[in-house]
Design a protein around this ligand. Structure first.
Ligand SMILES: CCCC/C=C/CC(=O)SCCNC(=O)CCNC(=O)[C@H](O)C(C)(C)COP(=O)(O)OP(=O)(O)OC[C@H]1O[C@@H](n2cnc3c(N)ncnc32)[C@H](O)[C@@H]1OP(=O)(O)O
Length: 278
């Protein structure tokens, strides 16, 4: 069943004993449970460029084909889950690359949000903007202390589009979504737990994975077909709204990014990230 993931086999004593590694996304499947740990691997911050988005999308597609029992999305970084879209791809962007970036992000969201198996995010660190979208696209989120999570797009001058809002509305109260999005607010771990943006806190990365495994195990008695049909009923509307308006959604993003005031802000923002070290 999971033979496609077994090209590089590691010793049986490990719980997760079959694995493939691409440069950008590492996959380890527990042969006993069929649960896959998928690790984002684009140092330093797992910035999402086209290749990273496509790599993750392909992995999820393969897991779907191979009837995976559950997904744990993790990161190879010590303290960052994902810092969102690669800012260097949206500052002074090449227009074709910009379109490919958003199209790849749409494709990934459709696969992850609509996955027919339980999905979890083991947040071993910050999950900002697109990183938060990845977490919100999963069914469950566990985060380590002293990290941050949220959608800061309005701070950057970009307005979140309908499917991103839908992902947040799936998790938070209407009031919390309004406050979070209109303020472009980033939450610390304990605040995120309070409003329901994450489901649990874990002490460290290993514990995030353990808690995600426990969550997925709760579905062991649920019929796969019933699970996927129910998820489709719950999430299908948001997905079909995007699939029927892909071009409009893309144009909105491209226009937002090309807005001179957004470009001006991105320039300062990138400088401020760089100057933190000095
Ligand atoms: C309608 C639109 C809705 C959805 C759209 C989504 C758009 C996005 O996702 S835009 C991306 C927004 N992301 C952010 O605002 C996050 C920015 N980064 C941070 O806040 C911090 O880096 C961090 C909290 C994630 C981590 O902080 P830490 O102190 O550990 O590391 P840094 O020194 O800040 O970063 C290391 C290194 O990485 C560069 N970098 C950080 N984030 C990004 C990024 N998103 N893309 C590309 N590069 C990034 C940062 O500049 C540093 O680079 P140098 O080592 O070269 O200085």
């Amino acid at each position: 069943m999971i033979s496609f993931l077994m090209r590089r086999t590691i010793p049986r004593c490990r719980a997760y004993s079959s694995q493939t590694t691409s440069e950008l996304t590492k996959v380890e499947v527990n042969e006993k449970t069929g649960v896959a740990v998928v690790t984002l691997n684009r140092p330093p911050v797992n910035g999402l460029n086209v290749a990273a988005l496509r790599s993750l999308e392909k992995v999820i597609g393969d897991l779907e084909t191979n009837k995976c029992k559950g997904l744990i999305l993790s990161s190879s970084s010590k303290n960052i889950f994902c810092a969102g879209l690669d800012l260097t791809e949206i500052y002074k962007p090449d227009q074709e690359k910009l379109k490919s970036l958003w199209t790849a992000f749409q494709d990934l969201w459709i696969k992850l949000y609509g996955a027919s198996f339980p999905t979890t995010a083991a947040l071993n660190g910050h999950a900002i903007a697109g990183g938060c979208v990845l977490a919100l696209s999963c069914d469950y989120r566990v985060m380590v202390p002293n990290s941050s999570i949220g959608l800061n797009e309005t701070e950057l001058g970009i307005s979140p589009t309908a499917w991103i809002i839908a992902s947040m509305q799936n998790v938070l109260s209407k009031r919390s979504v309004e406050l979070a999005l209109l303020q472009g607010r980033i939450y610390k771990t304990n605040q995120a737990l309070e409003i329901g943006l994450i489901d649990e806190i874990a002490n460290d990365k290993d514990e995030t994975i353990k808690k995600c495994e426990e969550f997925i195990a709760k579905y062991s008695r649920v019929q796969s077909l019933a699970f996927s049909l129910t998820k489709r009923e719950l999430r299908g509307k948001a997905i079909s709204e995007l699939t029927s308006n892909r071009q409009g959604d893309l144009q909105f993003f491209v226009d937002s990014i090309n807005n001179p005031s957004v470009q001006k802000f991105l320039e300062k923002y990138l400088q401020s990230l760089k100057s933190k070290k000095n």
